[in-house]
Design a protein around this ligand. Sequence first.
Ligand code: RB5
Length: 142
Amino acid sequence: MKIGICNDHAGVEYKNGLVKHLQGKGIEVVNFGTDTPDSMDYADVAHPLAEAVVAGRVDLGIALCGTGNGMALCLNHHSGIRAGLAWSEEVGRLVKAHNNANVLVMPARFIPYEEAEKIVDKWLSEPFEGGRHQRRIDKIEG
Ligand code: RB5
């Protein structure tokens, strides 16, 4: 399992924590994000992560910015990307079970770090339910 992770300046600390957390589970992590607190534009890291997921260079992606919205807006421009915003463990479960999100997006400025770890763990372990949810996913790209 190889996961790509990206973040803007609002997500540096959460990214660093999650990289360690994922590596502790034996998951390989590719860092697409910024590593400094200097202000930068989320699009500059979101698009490379989306391209890596679509090309299969990484299996899944995680994206962090202040609200999560900037990352989600950029990522979902890419055909084949389902970037889902999650702010609680239960939403993390549903974003896999119902939406089969291949990129998990979290709002670093609006959730405690411990919640981010729980969301990631739930999103990774929860199976996609398929069935009516697959039918709905099939309609996303029109
Ligand atoms: C950065 O200040 C902030 O705008 C960004 O992290 C994100 O919340 C945008 O959607």
